[in-house]
Ligand binder design. Structure first.
Ligand SMILES: [Zn+2]
Length: 56
């Protein structure tokens, strides 16, 4: 199951999440980024970091 931890991209944040698919996981991450980090649109370089940090 794909899993993401916010601290793996260098954030001082205990958030972690998992989902059945990577697409679903990306949606959860985008929602968290918006609510918790005020990142309304994830820039491409951050997206690349997130993808690398996802444990499959
Ligand atoms: Zn976070």
């Amino acid at each position: 199951m794909p899993t993401f931890k916010c601290k793996d991209i260098g954030m001082d944040c205990p958030f972690e999440t998992s989902a059945k698919t990577e697409d679903e996981l990306m949606m959860k991450i985008a929602e968290h980024a918006s609510k918790a980090h005020d990142i309304k649109t994830v820039p491409p370089e951050l997206m690349a970091k997130i993808k690398k940090a996802i444990k499959k």
